[in-house]
Design a protein around this ligand. Structure first.
Ligand code: FES
Length: 543
């Protein structure tokens, strides 16, 4: 039972958890979105009450907003547990807000609907289409190579964010909202609607009407999510060429629903899922194109034979019923099965003596010459050392070198910052090099690209093999074989391990010390599990 009266004059109380903040440009329109959700709740006979919660902003939170995903999950769960709400609408968009809100929503066990904030309109610079993040990295490299003036760079900054909404590439925000939709936590088609489109306001109001019905029907995600729901989410992630961050978030969300997703599951699904969405950074188009091409329902309609169509959703219908007969309206943007971009998904899971518990690579978004590559390591102990030495003329680096970044994992970062797309040394940029093999225990932005091996587990800060790599060691990547190998004898590796000592932490109080005490490795989803496994949960009292 909950803690107090949960209905007002016979109306269900619906909490709208709003992650609006002036520090979060991706959520600046959320006050208007919330008004539309309220309109729907009132129309259906509910009482909407808006509650501000932590706005985890990719743009401004340092060293990594990933540190605070779990804080948002805890806040979501506790806000819903401690107050007399019958159901909830969760407003999220920027990368970590979607998994954070959903993790807490599942743990609260209340009926809830997720309302995705929607992607921005396409960017533009002198007639060239710009995509969030991806083109920032691309043109930043050109600027470092000396190919762009200050004025041109300023124009690009102005042109890349033209409207409300989250990053409009298939970065982490678009990936996670697509995953939320595939899990059945949004209305059908919701994740593809651009933030500024009037259809977005209609979807927000419809979500408000739906949650009231779901409270009366006792339709709770914690009850209807199954292992198959999460397998479907991985299929969608692979078919859209989604962000590598989806792996750590999906594992954590599944954990809240009581399921464990091993890394091997992602590789298994990747091998039988065709890549159908031609979206940046792995492809050519942007989310606005995807929406007009039919959006996620049209893509999922191509995959019905490998999806579990009988999973339940917030509409009270199955995923297959929600997809219906959705059509593709632009077969360049969303490919048919016969014309797939590739016959397997965009992400691969690697193992080997350098990553005994796994690592990931988005091989769909890199130069193919790195699919099989051996090169000498150039090692940076942390990001500070990288920033200091990268452009030093004394750095012994060539286009075939393997850049290695240590101490950027869950504990080392802390919080696995998105440093995994290590910058290419200026000298090589000027010589025309635009991709190199890079290896770290960090994550990378979903908008990033290149031959970047990420999430190496166990991480270097806890004594994983990445900590023992030295300058000049040969490293081999073989994506077809899913292997990542440090070409050093076991004897030598054991000797280096015996000499290794962990660095003392500077975080001794507050949430960061709690995070460091409880965080797990990337293969387990970086989840503060003890904080999400609630004992008693609030019950809707309207019944
Ligand atoms: Fe918020 Fe990219 S910065 S979604």
């Amino acid at each position: 039972m909950g803690l107090g009266p949960a209905d007002w004059q016979g109306k269900p109380i619906i909490a709208i958890l709003n992650t609006w903040s002036e520090f979060n440009p991706c959520h600046l329109h959320f006050k208007i979105v919330a008004e539309n959700v309220k309109r729907g709740i009132l129309q259906a006979g509910g009482l909407p009450l808006e509650i501000p919660v932590l706005s985890v902003s990719e743009t401004f939170m340092k060293p990594s907003p990933m540190l605070y995903r779990n804080l948002l999950a805890m806040e979501t769960e506790e806000v819903l547990r401690s107050q007399p709400a019958d159901g909830a609408v969760l407003l999220g968009a920027c990368d970590k807000t979607t998994p954070g809100l959903i993790m807490g929503g599942i743990s609260s066990r209340l009926p809830f609907i997720f309302v995705p904030g929607g992607p921005m309109q396409k960017g533009n610079w002198r007639g060239t289409t710009l995509g969030s993040g991806s083109d920032a990295w691309k043109y930043w490299a050109e600027r470092r190579a000396g190919n762009l003036t200050d004025e041109e760079w300023s124009e690009i900054e102005d042109g890349i964010a033209r409207s409300n909404g989250h990053c409009m590439t298939m970065g982490t925000a678009s990936t996670m909202t697509a995953i939320a939709e595939t899990l059945g936590l949004t209305l059908p088609g919701a994740s593809s609607i651009p933030a500024n489109d009037m259809a977005h306001f209609r979807m927000a109001a419809e979500s408000g009407r739906q949650i009231v019905e779901n409270v009366w029907n006792d339709l709770r995600p914690a009850n209807f999510l199954t292992e198959d729901s999460f397998t479907n989410a991985i299929v969608a992630d692979m078919a859209i060429g989604g962000s590598t961050n989806a792996i750590v978030h999906l594992i954590a969300m599944a954990g809240r629903a009581g399921f464990s997703l091993p890394l091997s599951k992602f590789d298994e699904v990747s091998r039988y899922t065709p890549r159908l969405a031609d979206l940046r950074p792995a492809g050519r188009f942007l989310m606005e194109d995807f929406y007009f091409a039919g959006g996620l329902p049209a893509l999922l309609a191509q995959l019905t034979d490998i999806l579990h169509g009988d999973t339940n959703t917030v509409t009270g219908k199955t995923l297959a019923e929600n997809i219906g007969s959705a059509q593709i309206f632009n077969k360049e943007v969303i490919r048919t099965r016969e014309n797939a971009l590739s016959q397997e998904g965009g992400t691969a899971v690697l193992r080997g003596n350098l990553a005994p518990r796994g690592a990931v690579i988005k091989h769909a978004a890199m130069e193919p010459r790195f699919l099989k590559h051996t090169g000498p390591a150039v090692v940076f102990r942390d990001y500070e050392e990288l920033a200091a030495k990268l452009d030093d003329d004394a750095l012994n680096v060539t286009a075939d070198s393997v850049l290695v970044l240590q101490n950027a994992g869950p504990v080392g970062g802390p919080g696995m910052p998105e440093w995994g797309m290590l910058p290419i040394p200026k000298r090589l940029l000027q010589a025309g090099v635009r991709d190199m093999l890079r290896i770290s225990d960090a994550r990378m932005s979903g908008t990033s690209y290149g031959a970047c091996v990420l999430h190496v587990a166990p991480e270097s800060a806890v004594g994983g093999p990445l900590a023992f790599v030295k300058d000049g060691d040969l490293i081999t990547l073989d994506v077809a074989e899913r292997k990542l190998t440090l070409e050093v004898s076991d004897e030598e590796l054991n000797a280096r391990k015996a000499a290794w000592k962990p660095a003392p932490t500077e975080f001794t109080r507050g949430y960061l010390s709690l995070f460091l005490r409880e965080v797990t490795q990337a293969d387990e989803g970086c989840d503060l599990r003890f904080l999400g496994s609630s004992g008693e949960t609030p019950e809707p009292k309207i019944h």
